[in-house]
Structure formats: structure tokens, C-alpha cells
Design a protein around this ligand. Structure first.
Ligand code: AMP
Length: 215
């Protein structure tokens, strides 16, 4: 069974790779960020609680996240495996996930996207996103159409609140403090596969495919 975690700071390309590889391997891409954004858009209780934290670049509580994941893993499509994108983000989440999957052996592997911090900040602040279908654009490398209507679905292309520079800097601080320790955690469990995420997208993708095919 293919059960993968894509680990890395925001803006390292893990979401982009996860969406393509999820299709290739017919696995669900499970992004806690997407689940939370949907809750915010729908105005649910969870969404109301999460919005402020997300806008400031902080982390939603481990208990809330674990509840979401537990529920998501019960869905039929997750029985054949998954790609986690943006989860786990703390050691506690990783430990809880291990318990949920009965031990760290429950995970096939962790792809770690390595990108230099200044490059990340530049990538994130130039990112634009379709508010409707979630497609990402980049003002430098892949600009949205002049009328800011998504080329796929026609939705409005916007800058995510948490992609503004001050929030991005805070997200990096939070990443370094809370999430970066997971690199050692999975290394110690012999699960870590590092890729240089600053290479062209297709090269990064091929390296991940070669790795995922081992399982
Ligand atoms: P992302 O799209 O993965 O960058 O997530 C956007 C925001 O959602 C993050 O900045 C956090 O506030 C929140 N979030 C997403 N996933 C998690 C998680 N696993 N643990 C805590 N907060 C999360």
C-alpha cells in the first residue's frame, strides 16, 4: 500500500507535486490546509475557529487536526493509501498518526522537499490562487490571465491572505520551530527521502516517482 507524507515548508512545491502524483497513482491527496479552507468558506464552527489562526500563520491545534484526519482516513478512497500534504506539522501529530496507523511502519515513506528560505518567501509572495478550483499561478513564472479569471474554471484569481509577506515570514518561523523537527523524526524512523525542491518541477517529479515506485 502506498501511504506517503509530503513534508516541507509552505511553498516548496509539495502541493503541486501531490496533486499530480495523486492522480498518477490513484490515491487521495489529503491536505489539512484544503480541509480547513473549505470549513472557513462554509462558515462552519471549525472554520470560524480556524480562520484567525490561519490568517496569522499559526497552527491549528493538534486535537482538531487529528480529529479531521481520523475522519478522513475512514473514507473509502483512503483505504488504498494516500498522499498527505501539509500534515503532520508537529511531532505530536506525527506520533498520533503513528498510533492511528499502528506504528511508524504504517507509513511507506516521507518525501522531504528542500528549498532555500529566501526562495520560499519569494515563491509564496508571488503565488496567486484560484478562489474556486485552487489552481496556483505565479506572478513571475506563470502569471494569471490579465482579467484575473482562472484559465481552467473562470473563477477569480486572488492572493491568499496567508501568502502576504508578513504572514509568510511568520509561517516560516512556525515551520522552523514546529515542523522542521519532523525531518529528524522520520530520519530516525528510516522513512525520509529528501529531494532538492529548487530543481525544475519535472525533475523533482521524476525523482519522487522513482522513489514511490519502490513501494
Ligand atoms: P497549508 O495550505 O498547508 O499551508 O495550510 C494553511 C494553514 O492551515 C496553515 O498555515 C495552518 O494555519 C493551517 N494548517 C494546515 N494544516 C495544518 C496542520 N497539519 N496542523 C496545524 N495547522 C494546519
Amino acid at each position: 500500500m502506498k501511504r506517503f507524507i509530503f513534508l516541507g515548508a509552505p511553498g516548496t512545491g509539495k502541493g503541486t507535486q501531490a496533486s499530480v502524483l495523486a492522480l498518477k497513482y490513484d490515491l487521495p491527496q489529503i491536505s489539512t490546509g484544503d480541509i480547513l479552507r473549505k470549513a472557513v468558506a462554509e462558515g462552519t464552527d471549525l472554520g470560524k475557529k480556524a480562520k484567525q489562526i490561519m490568517d496569522s500563520g499559526g497552527l491549528v491545534s493538534d486535537d482538531i487536526i487529528l480529529g479531521l484526519i481520523e475522519k478522513r482516513l475512514q473514507e473509502p478512497d483512503a483505504q488504498k493509501g494516500f498522499i498527505f500534504d501539509g500534515f503532520p506539522r508537529t511531532i505530536k501529530q506525527a506520533q498520533d498518526l503513528d498510533a492511528l496507523l499502528s506504528g511508524a511502519d504504517g507509513i511507506s515513506g516521507v518525501v522531504y522537499f528542500q528549498v532555500d528560505e529566501e526562495e520560499i518567501v519569494q515563491r509564496l509572495t508571488s503565488r496567486r490562487t484560484c478562489g474556486q478550483c485552487g489552481l496556483n499561478y505565479n506572478t513571475i513564472t506563470d502569471p494569471p490571465p490579465a482579467d484575473f479569471k482562472c484559465r481552467v474554471c473562470g473563477g477569480a484569481v486572488i492572493q491568499r491572505d496567508d501568502d502576504k509577506e508578513s504572514t509568510v515570514r511568520n509561517r516560516m518561523v512556525v515551520y522552523n520551530e514546529k515542523t522542521a523537527p519532523l525531518v529528524k523524526y522520520y530520519q530516525d524512523h528510516d522513512k525520509l527521502y529528501a529531494v532538492d525542491g529548487s530543481q525544475p518541477v519535472e525533475i523533482v517529479r521524476q525523482q519522487i516517482i522513482d522513489y514511490m515506485n519502490r513501494f
